[in-house]
Design a protein. Structure first.
Length: 208
């Protein structure tokens, strides 16, 4: 099953480090924090039918060849990446970036520069996984109750390490697990609360 490690394996960490002006260990740590946050934000959007449809359109408009045989950083459209990040996090973008940068020790705008690089890569990877899923699914099956947007939600759920199918109310345990990992704790207690509250809001806490 595809997972976050599979995306990381395709990333040219050395080239990313050079572009960010940091060493490879720092770049890898930033990727390890930014990537789950990006996927969790996309997963939060996918819990809403309109958000899922919009995300699915974005995924289908990205060419999976970007991630085939390893990513060439020169092929990554960062302007597109900035738009994707804004679409994923909306008016919370700056807060999410600041919270993640603090986690990295506040060294410049590391996450702000990294997210637009990662976002088109993630969508290309999702395009690859989504097309595989569509090829492998039975035409008659309408197994998940929501219809339409369920496909992309399932792909994201698989990436985030949780079955998004059962469980019903919380919007998918996999996303919660990723957040728990990001915060280094179980969600109770206020220590890393800034990032938890932000991403928790994105994951459906702010529903009206």
């Amino acid at each position: 099953m595809a997972g976050i490690d599979e995306i990381v394996a395709d990333l040219p960490i050395g080239d990313i480090a050079a572009k960010l002006g940091v060493d490879e260990a720092t770049a890898r740590k930033a990727v390890d924090d930014a990537l789950p946050a990006l996927l969790a934000g996309m997963g939060a959007n996918a819990t809403d039918p309109a958000g899922a449809a919009s995300l699915e359109r974005a995924v289908k408009s990205h060419d999976p060849s970007l991630v085939e045989g390893g990513v060439n950083l020169a092929d990554v459209d960062e302007e597109d990446g900035r738009k994707i990040v804004r679409n994923v996090f909306g008016d919370k973008t700056d807060q999410v970036v600041t919270a993640l940068d603090k986690k990295e020790g506040g060294a410049g705008d590391l996450i702000g520069k990294l997210l637009p690089i990662l976002a088109p890569i993630v969508l290309a990877f999702l395009a690859k996984q989504f097309s595989k899923k569509q090829e492998g699914s039975e035409p008659a099956g309408e197994a998940s109750g929501g219809g339409g947007g369920g496909g992309i939600g399932d792909v994201l759920g698989g990436l985030l390490g949780g079955g998004s199918g059962s469980g019903g109310s919380g919007g998918g345990g996999g996303l919660g697990d990723v957040l728990g990992g990001l915060l280094g704790g179980r969600g109770s207690g206020g220590s890393g609360g800034g990032l938890g509250d932000l991403l928790g809001g994105l994951l459906g806490g702010g529903k009206r």
